[in-house]
Design a protein around this ligand. Structure first.
Ligand code: NAG
Ligand code: NAG
Ligand code: NAG
Ligand code: NAG
Ligand code: NAG
Ligand code: NAG
Ligand code: NAG
Ligand code: NAG
Ligand code: NAG
Ligand code: NAG
Length: 876
């Protein structure tokens, strides 16, 4: 989220390029068609209508906003400035109504900058559980902790980046490069967080697929480089990157964060096409769009383009100026911004508030992000308001037991030759290797925002992190295991102590080697990695460590803590490496979770949520690490279309080391009896008709003297307020470009009824997309000796030009040895539809559709045809 270290040029962007085309590029990912990609204008910004299950929240929000003054509405939408209040972001309060400042807090895996909180497994790790209940529970527990610290909005979960390239620095914050796995995970997480009474902020919308050049800025060695533009076509947008956002919206996410980057050359937080047309229009999003931290680059332009809340409120951190605040008040007073747009922004914020029930559970913030001391400054940057800032409330509520189990159930067993795992605990001599098995010498929270790779890796770095209450290391857990069994255990945790490593490996009956690969957010550079990974190999000379140990021990077990795939083809093929286990980024119980798996208390059932390629180039286009010849936006053309991760491996017939969806168990499973039942569901009806006119809630006086600084208000240094310092609007705005004649985008001010969007109609899109067309069942038999869990996966092929298979559903089943269980999955209209750029809607093509069921994307023993007669409408 925050971009603290770089010094940004304040750049004001013009209104979006006007163009005659009405849709974003209509290509299928063929070379160079995306050059000069544009994002067409779409106005006005759709206003809230209370559709789906938002009616009650909408009514309450309207009632609340109706009593607000213009200044109070502005307060609700504008952050008070960086480090102005207790949370990483706060908006202004409404003292007249006793309504406190709303608090936004990181992160997607717990609470950043607070004590007595839990550090949960990362999104990319919990994804490997393929378990809806696990995702919901984690969401609920994270939400509960935020609620009890007095947080209104948890800044998570993440489905952008999706993970186009595995080197993307923040991929681990999200779930998986597969949109369906991500979509189901994000929906469950949103429900969990919001059922706990906290607003979820699903982010980053959209295409924030790398850290390099995500924001405009000055780079020491490169000068000014404008924000990168992710250029993509309409089909890829709908079928891949937007897909999980649609699920989040359907699940009711109260907030969505717009991203730093440009999309088709229009800045994310003022991209009217993506915010107005796609998110609020087609997806019927009922909550509010919040900017990423300093991702807002214009005032009126972003307001018309659908932004509802600016974070942290100032143009640049602690500039004392804002595109909104005073400027937003002025833009209403000078007649540029119609009142309905501000009313809509305020209503959206309050609707989210009521939707999750914050009116019933909200409590004052009882911690302060900027200091752990009990007493300190309420306004950290200004050094004002000294008093009690931290009450050190322990909000963990026993979540650590679930965290331990979640991480174990997310662990993926990749290799297990001759059943070397599980270990009995009675091995004569256990050796543990690797700096990744032990504690960071600086302490678990010893590096700011976890921006280092010292000791065992249990989360990446950046704003998407939490403070550890403790971190159980693998060495601690394994040692207590072995000691309880009366065995011998020794370790070498210096990866460069070659002689000692060799000597110990030679003695061991089993060697457990811990290695890692880290990444994070671009404002911190670790070991030369500016957020994004520079390569897909291990850190801390991990590859050398693995080779050293396995050269001397024929029973080497490799345990990987990583943000994503690492190149391990060599280890898969090395006979001395008897087992490989991926533990991801497991959070605070890391050691106990891995010990539970290694010693068989938990039979691994996780499946890899991404593909393990044998070489970097297998994944397709690389990230952009160097700017293109001048200061303009690097152009990142997503020419591969929907073909990322397993889809590109399948398309190019590349054999991966371990395919998407793969994962072993201590038992084995057999698949049989595929049954496909067709469920009658009527034809698909495009949404039609008109919206109502934009509601206007209350009125305001145009007399500038009514908005002046209250004589009795103490100004907090660099704080952002809604007030004017002069009755002359130009003077009050302090904007040298104030009043310069700009042509407003056509329709931007228009509050009259608008046409509904055919693919829209309710939160998430046209509700008929979720009609169930088929019910699929299969029998899964445990053919081994121990109870186990199998993630049964359902894929479809939608036609000859489409990916070979795409995941559509799954279920994690628990099966006793010798017993069978039934896999049950629905296939919806959405699951068998393709995006049709011409009709701007989903269609079921005439192409033959096949369904596959199995244990991974490349192990699909059961197949059948989907009879779509009566549904298919479009040619291909
Ligand atoms: C706006 O918020 C600030 C503090 O966050 C507060 O001091 C001020 O009174 C608020 N203004 C109005 C009009 O509510
Ligand atoms: C209003 O916005 C402009 C940039 O558009 C900025 O330069 C100015 O400082 C802002 N005014 C206030 C009072 O924040
Ligand atoms: C810890 O990490 C920092 C930053 O990467 C590095 O400079 C330092 O050498 C590491 N220290 C130890 C003891 O591992
Ligand atoms: C890959 O990056 C890591 C982390 O910076 C580094 O330790 C390692 O040496 C690099 N690998 C290669 C092959 O350069
Ligand atoms: C496997 O380990 C044995 C020692 O147990 C060693 O002699 C042999 O060279 C190793 N093989 C490989 C491929 O490293
Ligand atoms: C490893 O080597 C030892 C003797 O050095 C032998 O007894 C054992 O069977 C070997 N284990 C494997 C898994 O090959
Ligand atoms: C400041 O003055 C206004 C009236 O001008 C009054 O409504 C408000 O309560 C006063 N606020 C404080 C903090 O005294
Ligand atoms: C507005 O006036 C207040 C009160 O006099 C002053 O402290 C503040 O610096 C002024 N703000 C700006 C943006 O000039
Ligand atoms: C209205 O106010 C906004 C915000 O200060 C400013 O950017 C814009 O130029 C003003 N427009 C006119 C026509 O004065
Ligand atoms: C993409 O479009 C081109 C022509 O526009 C066509 O020749 C090609 O077959 C299409 N490819 C796919 C994968 O649909």
């Amino acid at each position: 989220m925050v971009q603290g270290l770089l010094n940004f040029a304040l750049s004001v962007f013009p209104f979006l390029r006007q163009t005659e085309n009405t849709t974003i590029p209509n290509t299928n990912g063929t070379t160079n068609e995306l050059n000069d990609a544009y994002s067409p204008p779409f106005y006005p910004s759709p206003w809230l209508d209370g559709s789906g299950d938002w009616a009650e929240a909408y009514t309450k929000a309207q009632a609340f906003v109706s009593q607000l003054t213009l200044l109070e509405k502005v307060n609700l939408t504008t952050g008070v400035g960086w480090q102005g209040e207790a949370c990483v972001g706060n908006v202004g309060e409404i003292p007249r109504l006793g309504f406190p400042s709303l608090c936004m807090q990181d992160s997607p895996l717990g609470i950043r900058f607070a004590d007595y909180v839990s550090a949960f497994p990362s999104g990319g790790t919990i994804a490997a559980a393929w378990d809806r209940a696990e995702w919901y529970r984690r969401g609920y527990q994270m939400g509960s902790e935020h609620r009890d610290k007095g947080v209104d909005v948890q800044l998570g979960p993440v489905v952008g980046p999706l993970g186009r390239n595995p080197k993307g620095g923040r991929n681990w914050e999200g779930f998986s490069p597969d949109p369906v796995l991500s979509g189901i995970a994000v929906a469950e997480t949103v429900r969990g967080i919001q059922d706990a009474g906290v607003i979820a902020c699903t982010k980053h919308y959209i295409m924030n697929e790398q850290e390099h050049f995500r924001s405009p800025g000055n780079f020491e060695d490169k000068g000014f480089v404008d924000a990168i533009s992710s250029n993509l076509d309409d089909k890829t947008l709908h079928e891949l990157y937007l897909w999980p956002f649609a699920d989040a919206v359907r699940a009711g996410t109260g907030s969505i964060m717009c991203s730093y980057n440009k999309i088709n050359n229009s800045q994310g937080c003022q991209n009217s096409y993506l915010q107005n047309y796609i998110l609020k229009g087609e997806l019927g999003f009922q909550g509010f769009i919040m900017s990423d931290w300093d991702a807002q680059h214009s005032g009126v332009a972003s307001t018309f383009a659908g932004l509802d809340m600016t974070m942290p409120g100032d143009t640049d951190f602690d500039s004392g100026a804002s595109f909104w605040g005073t400027n937003l008040t002025i833009s209403v007073l000078n007649g540029t911004l119609p009142q309905w747009r501000l009313d809509d922004a305020a209503t959206r914020i309050m609707a989210a508030y009521y939707y999750v029930g914050r009116d019933k559970v909200a409590k004052p913030t009882n911690f302060n992000s900027w200091a752990l001391d009990t007493y300190g400054f309420q306004h950290f940057f200004a050094k004002e308001g000294y008093g009690l800032i931290n009450q050190h409330v322990d909000v963990r509520d026993g979540h650590t037991q679930a965290i331990r189990l979640s991480a174990a159930r997310s662990t993926v067993l990749l290799k297990n030759e001759g059943g070397v795992l599980p270990l009995s605990g009675k091995e004569k001599f256990t050796a543990v290797f690797g700096d990744d098995s032990t504690e960071n010498p600086y302490g678990p929270n010893g590096c700011p925002d976890h921006g280092c790779d010292n000791g065992t890796l249990a989360m990446g770095w950046g704003s998407g992190t939490a403070f550890y209450p403790f971190l159980v290391t693998p060495l601690e857990a394994i040692k207590s295991e072995v000691l309880a069994n009366g065995g011998v255990i020794q370790s070498v945790v210096d990866n460069w102590a070659y002689n000692q490593i060799d000597a110990l490996a030679k003695q061991a009956s089993v060697s457990l080697v811990f290695v890692n690969a880290d990444s994070g957010e671009g404002y911190i550079t670790v070991d030369g990695n500016m957020g994004d990974r520079n390569n897909l190999t291990f850190w801390q000379d991990g590859d050398k460590l693995i080779r050293n140990v396995s050269a001397s021990c024929n029973n080497t077990v490799l345990v990987i803590h990583s943000v994503g795939p690492v190149i391990i083809e060599e280890y898969k093929n090395n006979p001395n490496i008897t087992a490989i286990v991926w533990a991801g980024l497991p959070g605070e119980q890391s050691g106990n979770s891995i010990a539970d798996v290694l010693y068989g208390r938990v039979n691994p059932g996780g499946k890899t949520p991404f593909t393990w390629g044998a070489q970097e180039s297998d994944y397709g286009p690389d990230l952009i690490y160097e700017p293109t010849n001048n200061s303009s936006s690097p152009q990142d053309n997503f020419n591969e279309g929907v073909f990322i991760d397993y889809r590109i491996f399948d398309k190019k017939n590349i054999t991966p080391t371990y395919e998407f969806g793969f994962g072993l168990s201590y038992t084995t499973f057999e698949y049989s009896d595929l049954n496909i039942q067709k469920i009658p569901a009527g034809p698909y009806t495009p949404t039609a008709g008109q919206t109502k006119a934009a509601p206007v809630l209350g009125n305001f006086s145009t007399d500038a003297s009514e908005y002046q600084w209250p004589a009795n208000l103490t100004y907090v240094d660099k704080y952002i307020y809604p007030y004017l310092n002069s009755t002359d609007l130009r003077e009050a705005s302090q904007d040298p470009e104030y009043g310069i004649e700009v042509e407003l985008p056509a329709g931007a001010q228009d509050g009259s009824p608008q046409s509904r969007i055919p693919a829209g109609g309710a939160p998430g899109g046209n509700p008929q997309l979720w009609d169930v067309l088929f019910h699929v069942t299969a029998t899964i038999t445990n053919t081994g000796e121990v109870p186990g869990e199998e993630v049964v996966q359902l894929y479809v092929n939608l036609g000859p030009n489409e990916p070979k298979v795409v995941l559509r559903n799954f279920e994690r089943l628990s099966v006793a040895p010798g017993q069978s269980a039934t896999f049950n999955a629905d296939v919806t209209r959405r699951d068998v539809s393709s995006w049709d750029t011409a009709s701007q809607n989903w269609v079921i093509t005439e192409d033959k559709k096949t369904v596959f069921v199995g244990g991974s994307s490349r192990s699909l023993p059961l197949t059948g045809e989907l009879d779509l007669s009566g549904y298919a409408t479009g040619g291909n």
